[in-house]
Design a protein around this ligand. Structure first.
Ligand code: CP
Length: 324
């Protein structure tokens, strides 16, 4: 693997999931694969799970991780080509990124969308400039439109749960349901989950959301899409709960209907569905306490699996680097 920006960088999803589960069973089996290799983790936005799980994964492979909170401790970066830098930005990405490329062997970036300009966000201007100017393998820790490490984790968690519950001879029904939120949230997790589920192709995948919350068709081809949440949840084996702001009326909150919150009553006609969320979650806004604290909640397991997802991706990138 040369980089990890989306599912398109993955050769074989099931092989990657298997590798992650092998690391879960024995975290230190490849403890020297990353010896003498440095990984830089740059955060332009906050994180708990992604930051800590990626550091742990790197250490399990013998790498030295260095974290830099660019948003709080770094110079304000400029990303516009030809910018006259007489404003608030201090350093151009063209000057900063090549240095990072010399300091590190692998570079990880977290950067959120502006939610102001759809064209700029969906062009992935920031992460692509890091890729271009750093010239070393880049891993997305969530970008303007996608969160591939989260989606790989979600697929690992679904696979693990299918094995544990012995649902192996039927296609599981996996439902992504929109949930309310108090502020505009990126479409990244929902885009990415849809892209991974439709590419994986081993589930009946349904997306349900209020009118006006259609995701970009680039990520949803092959999914069944409905505004009827009750119908979507019927017979579901997995329910993935997530808020996102409107793609059409870009970055806007156009629905505040609290009835979209997932509760146990809504799951009554599901197939005893397991419930997922990437976290952080707004309790009793997106999901009720009873669901989050209930026996079918996978959220803690899902977040814990972030280590194994990051480790599998890093291992594939290290193998490519070590061949050079
Ligand atoms: N799910 C996720 O990416 O969590 P963090 O924002 O805490 O990294």
């Amino acid at each position: 693997m040369k980089q990890f920006i989306s599912v398109k960088d993955v050769n074989d999803i099931n092989t990657l999931v298997k590798r992650a589960l092998a690391y879960k069973a024995d975290p230190l089996i490849d403890k020297t694969l990353g010896a003498n290799k440095r990984i830089g983790l740059l955060f332009l936005n906050p994180s708990l799970r992604t930051r800590l799980s990626t550091q742990l994964a790197a250490q399990n492979l013998g790498m030295e991780p260095i974290v830099f909170n660019v948003d709080k401790e770094g110079w304000a970066l400029e990303f516009t080509e030809g910018a006259i830098m007489n404003g608030t930005t201090v350093e151009h990405i063209k000057d900063a990124a090549p240095i990072l490329g010399n300091y590190f062997d692998v570079l990880c970036i977290r950067t959120f969308p502006s939610l102001q300009n759809r064209e700029d966000d969906y062009a992935e201007k920031i992460i692509h400039q890091f890729i271009k100017h750093a010239a070393i393998p880049v891993i997305s820790l969530e970008s303007a439109t996608l969160h591939p490490l989260q989606s790989l984790t979600d697929l690992i968690t679904i696979n693990e749960s299918l094995t544990e519950s012995k649902i192996l001879n039927k296609k599981p029904k996996v439902v992504l349901t929109w949930a309310p939120h108090i502020k505009p949230i990126p479409q990244c997790v929902a885009n990415s989950f849809s892209e991974w589920m439709t590419t994986w192709g081993e589930a009946d995948f349904v997306i349900t959301h209020p009118e006006g919350y259609e995701l970009s068709e680039d990520y949803t081809k092959g999914a069944t899409i409905t505004n009827n949440q009750e119908a979507a949840l019927k017979d579901a084996d997995f329910v993935y709960v997530k808020n996102w702001s409107s793609f059409k009326e870009y970055g806007k909150v156009t629905c505040t209907d609290e009835n979209w919150m997932l509760t146990n009553a809504k799951l009554a006609n599901s197939n005893n569905a397991k419930v997922m969320h990437c976290l952080p979650v707004r309790r009793n806004v997106e999901l009720s306490d009873e669901v989050l604290d209930g026996a079918n909640s996978l959220v803690t397991k899902e977040a814990s699996n972030r280590v194994w997802a990051a480790q599998a991706v890093l291992a594939e990138i290290l193998e490519t680097l070590n061949k050079k």
